[in-house]
Design a protein around this ligand. Structure first.
Ligand SMILES: Cc1cc2nc3c(=O)[nH]c(=O)nc-3n(C[C@H](O)[C@H](O)[C@H](O)COP(=O)(O)OP(=O)(O)OC[C@H]3O[C@@H](n4cnc5c(N)ncnc54)[C@H](O)[C@@H]3O)c2cc1C
Length: 366
């Protein structure tokens, strides 16, 4: 349905591969195509319907066109899913209208030193202090969900806030932090929110709702879908390179292309399988732990698939293929960087812990 749009986005990806750039033309076209509102009530991938499969494959296709666009788009979808799950009716009306009006959302949680605090003041307002890193989309995001430690009598925990950027004191953005090997156009800068004042109407959910399952760990399947899209583009570009360079003749090249095609099929099967289980387990809180563990398996399997594709492609094309102006140079850098998502060790160890509590592995995902 969006084939031409994704082709255009892919064509512009190399030109946009500059730290500090943001893919604004791409998001304008995606807005026109209805992609910023596609999960809202009544839209084709309405969260109230069994839309997981369509959504994961859409994220895969956006990532396949340009991983930086995929990263920012995944943040937009993540934020809307959190609004869907935890917003009050009034908040849903307001924030869905903003998305329908093509306001871009994001989720900014990662921090190191100087983390965010949200402190109640005597006037009933809250002041934000501290900052975040890896704020994908930076000032181009108009409705970021920013998390932080809530400090108010009787209300302690990790609070999500949706910030109506244009109504607030400007944030201090630090793009000097952003010198990545890949994903340059995701504009994942550092931002300091110190001095911003908000009202409680900006709070999304109660403190610690951000960690509620199956949303928190289950969400990993969305970034895995985007990653898979990047890997499938590498498979296609490698196949094209071998045919174009007349390097497809050896038995080893044939075997590597066959293995890459098999890995691509496995990746798609993982997306289909997790989508099917998500729909089956939806609305059954008792399945949350199983759901979380399965998402951990899918995320890890797709990371392994992508890593193996990167290796096979690199051996197939050699250093000439990994040099500019060949697009495989950027595709490899982007995927290598985007594969680094939080807590890979903790996730796989929690899957093992879940399975060791189960009687048998073969029944674990029923
Ligand atoms: C392109 C890109 C865009 C991003 N955009 C966003 C965004 O918009 N919003 C956002 O919130 N985040 C974003 N992130 C950040 C991302 O989600 C993670 O938060 C970030 O990767 C964490 O990096 P880290 O190096 O601190 O830790 P990790 O990646 O978690 O850890 C690195 C390694 O150290 C291990 N490790 C971690 N802790 C320990 C420990 N205590 N002891 C031993 N080993 C440990 C891990 O298992 C892993 O092997 C983005 C990341 C990328 C790459």
């Amino acid at each position: 349905m969006f084939d031409q749009l994704f082709k255009d986005i892919a064509l512009n990806a190399t030109a946009n591969d500059v730290a500090g750039n943001f893919p604004d033309k791409e998001f304008m076209c995606m807005a026109v195509a209805g992609l910023l509102k596609i999960v809202l009530p009544g839209e084709p991938l309405d969260f109230n319907k069994a839309s997981t499969k369509g959504l994961l494959h859409l994220l895969k296709n956006v990532g396949g066109a340009n991983l930086s666009v995929g990263r920012i788009y995944e943040g937009h979808i993540n934020a809307l899913q959190l609004v869907h799950a935890f917003g009050t009716e009034a908040q849903k009306r307001e924030w869905y209208a903003a998305a329908a009006n093509n306001k871009l959302f994001g989720v900014w949680n990662s921090e190191n030193e100087n983390g965010v605090t949200i402190t109640l003041q005597p006037n009933g307002k809250y002041t934000v202090a501290g900052g975040k890193m890896f704020c994908s989309g930076a000032h181009w995001i108009q409705r970021p969900i920013v998390t932080g430690k809530l400090i108010a009598p009787g209300k302690i925990g990790w609070q999500m806030c949706i910030l109506p950027v244009e109504k607030l004191k400007p944030f201090k953005e630090d793009n000097s932090f952003w010198k990545p090997m890949g994903m340059r156009a995701s504009a994942s800068f550092k931002i300091d929110f110190t001095g911003v004042e908000i009202g409680e109407e900006c709070f999304l959910g109660a403190p610690d709702t951000y960690y509620a399952e199956p949303y928190f760990n289950g969400g990993a399947t969305r970034f895995a879908a985007v990653q898979l899209g990047g890997a499938l583009s590498i498979v296609e570009a490698t196949h094209h390179f071998l045919r174009q360079q007349n390097r497809a003749g050896s038995e080893q090249q044939k075997a590597r292309i066959a293995e890459m095609a098999m890995l691509a099929a496995c990746g798609n099967n993982w997306l289909n399988s997790v989508a099917e289980k998500t729909e089956k387990w939806r609305n059954y809180p008792a399945t949350n732990e199983k759901n979380m563990a399965y998402a951990g398996i899918v995320r890890t399997a797709i990371e392994n698939i992508c890593s193996r594709i990167l290796y096979l492609s690199g051996v197939c094309i050699g250093p000439i293929g990994l040099m500019q102006p060949n697009t495989l140079e950027r595709l490899h850098r982007d995927l290598t960087f985007y594969l680094r998502q939080p807590a890979p060790d903790a996730v796989i160890s929690s899957v093992g812990a879940y399975l060791l509590k189960s009687e048998k592995i073969k029944d674990a995902w029923d």
